[in-house]
Design a protein around this ligand. Structure first.
Ligand SMILES: Cc1cc2nc3c(=O)[nH]c(=O)nc-3n(C[C@H](O)[C@H](O)[C@H](O)COP(=O)(O)OP(=O)(O)OC[C@H]3O[C@@H](n4cnc5c(N)ncnc54)[C@H](O)[C@@H]3O)c2cc1C
Length: 416
């Protein structure tokens, strides 16, 4: 299927971003598109090997290291570049976009630590990540904060609420910590070499005592289950168990008490790019509906010549134009000065990207009629994939509550 809508962008991208989009498209056409429908119908455990193989191919195309800072030899991209790659990948398969996005999500806390320690954390974590990509044996990262009883409550949008977090970090006399607990819904968890884990030293005071550390596979976390999901089925997502896992001091990214700041900053940097995953799905839905409407004859002429269908297609385009401009304006703004103050815009960009994905996927199914309901067309997959964007990275409700709270907090002043 030609990807015209990926080539036609409403946002005036830079020349470098256009080149990056082209190389992401080239990779996706060869490594993702041919596998997408097959991976979607496979049992979760059988996807693991293929997901690793795709990550290796992405590494061979130098797509993983785009967020590694120039100071340690990387290309120095951040949310704008990341969003461009995720949008393109999601057009072909949202699960693969989630796999690559989850690697970056896991790497963001060391990236953030490096902003404050003169680049020490970049040398410790991001340089080896780059080198591993170059060697052809890439590291696979994951980000783990969610627990069975602790989801939306992390963001404390209700006065006085606090997350019922039970993953505990016990300080060791020799330095470092022993981590015990359970994390759920972790993309890449079952295939990860490195997991950025959040834990507390006192579960009664979770926000006040939250810390985070890098736990490597050799340290011994276990995969309790690989979830069987509605969509993003090519993204292996697991429950991870930590049983007295000993983590040395050098793997600690932030001390007890600053963990939540790291989460806030991470989400500020990750939410707008997650909106771009939604944008990629919305574009795929438009392209599929447009192509089908051009060839399907009903009432003696192609569907696309019926005014009601034209109007639906125009509305789909309108949503794409709106989301695209919001997401890329936001990512450029974040990258100019990455601070948690940009959480307002980033949360809105995520929520909008998610909603346009669901709305366009629903419309694409409707334009396909009965065929749209059949798995072989790949259009119902778009709806299953789109739904997750409204749920992960904080639900859309929580993102919107966060945005309005931030707006109120800043006295209505939008920060440039
Ligand atoms: C496939 C997948 C991938 C994920 N990836 C990651 C990851 O990489 N790392 C990670 O740590 N976590 C990840 N998550 C977890 C995800 O971020 C959470 O599922 C999400 O934040 C919602 O939390 P919850 O599931 O506990 O739902 P709950 O918090 O129980 O929410 C249930 C419902 O109640 C609503 N709600 C909750 N509180 C309020 C409130 N105060 N006001 C109004 N409405 C409210 C929510 O909007 C939602 O509709 C992932 C989840 C999934 C499904």
């Amino acid at each position: 299927m030609p990807a015209e809508i990926l080539e036609h962008t409403f946002y005036p991208h830079t020349t470098e971003a256009r080149l990056l989009r082209s190389s992401a498209m080239e990779f996706a056409e060869s490594a993702v598109a041919p596998r997408a429908l097959r991976l979607d119908s496979m049992p979760p455990e059988e996807v693991l090997g293929e997901a690793v193989a795709i990550v290796r191919e992405a590494a061979a195309n130098r797509l993983l290291s785009i967020i590694v800072p120039e100071e340690v030899g990387g290309p120095g991209g951040l949310t704008y570049e990341g969003a461009n790659v995720l949008e393109v990948l999601a057009y072909y398969d949202a699960g693969i976009a989630t796999t690559i996005g989850a690697i970056w999500l896991g790497l963001l806390p060391p990236f953030i630590a490096g902003l404050g320690d003169g680049g020490e954390s970049w040398r410790r974590w991001l340089k080896p990540f780059l080198e591993a990509e170059e060697s052809g044996d890439p590291q696979i990262w994951a980000f783990a904060i969610t627990e069975p009883e602790a989801g939306s409550d992390y963001e404390r949008v209700e006065p006085g609420s606090r997350p019922a977090m039970t993953t505990v970090a016990r300080p060791l006399p020799s330095g470092g910590y022993e981590i015990s607990g359970r994390k759920i819904f972790i993309p890449n968890g079952p295939i990860a070499s490195h997991v950025t884990v959040f834990a507390v030293t006192d579960p009664q005071r979770p926000i006040e005592t939250m810390m985070c550390a890098v736990v490597t596979r050799e340290m011994g976390f276990k995969v309790a289950q690989v979830f069987d999901k509605m969509g993003h089925r090519s993204s292996p997502t697991g429950e991870l168990v930590f049983e007295e896992v000993r983590v040395p001091e050098e793997n600690v990214l932030c001390k007890p008490g600053s963990g939540w700041e790291y989460v806030e900053m991470t989400l500020t940097l990750s939410r707008a790019p997650v909106g771009a995953i939604g944008l990629g799905i919305a574009k795929r839905a438009f392209q599929a509906a447009f192509d089908y409407a051009r060839q399907r004859i009903q009432g003696g002429r192609p569907l696309v010549e019926h005014q009601v269908v034209k109007m639906k297609l125009a509305r789909m385009l309108e949503r794409i134009a709106y989301a695209e401009n919001l997401i890329y304006t936001t990512t450029r703004k974040i990258d100019e000065a990455p601070t948690p103050l940009k959480a307002l815009e980033s949360s809105l960009a995520k929520a909008v990207g998610a909603d346009v994905a669901v709305e366009n996927a629903l419309e694409a199914i409707q334009i396909h009629g009965g065929y749209g309901y059949m798995r072989e067309m790949g259009v119902e997959k778009l709806l299953r994939d789109a739904k997750l964007i409204q749920i992960y990275e904080g639900t859309n409700e929580i993102n919107r509550l966060t945005a309005i709270e931030r707006y109120t907090q800043y006295g209505g002043v939008l920060l440039d």
